[in-house]
Design a protein around this ligand. Structure first.
Ligand SMILES: [Zn+2]
Length: 112
């Protein structure tokens, strides 16, 4: 597996964990026993994965949320921004390693 593919998978994982965390804390449809997200969050997660798979900038960019080319459609973009705002700071608590990676990437990106 090449580096870009690794990066892609890592990004997908971070996004998914963020959506899951958001769903767990905000939606009562979240299934605690199976860890299944509510349908609307599942849709967002699938959408994010698809965008990431199709992203032509994977090599240069660090993270979809920081990407200059906003490929998300407005409705999904609004949703993912809410998720990021909520889960971003909380990721440090629940998934420190992923959160740190995300922070480093965000910093790098904003310096450009
Ligand atoms: Zn949800």
């Amino acid at each position: 597996m090449d580096l870009i593919e690794k990066k892609r998978q890592k990004e997908q994982r971070v996004v998914e964990e963020m959506i899951r965390l958001y769903c767990r804390k905000n939606h009562k449809e979240y299934d605690k026993t199976t860890g299944k997200m509510c349908p609307s969050c599942q849709e967002l997660s699938d959408y994010a994965r698809l965008r990431s798979q199709k992203c032509p900038f994977m090599e240069e960019k660090t993270f979809c949320a920081n990407c200059k080319v906003h490929c998300y459609k407005p409705e999904m973009r609004e949703k993912i921004r809410k998720v990021m705002r909520f889960s971003g700071p909380r990721m440090l608590l629940y998934h420190p390693a992923l959160a740190v990676w995300h922070l480093i990437c965000s910093k790098k990106e904003s310096k450009k």
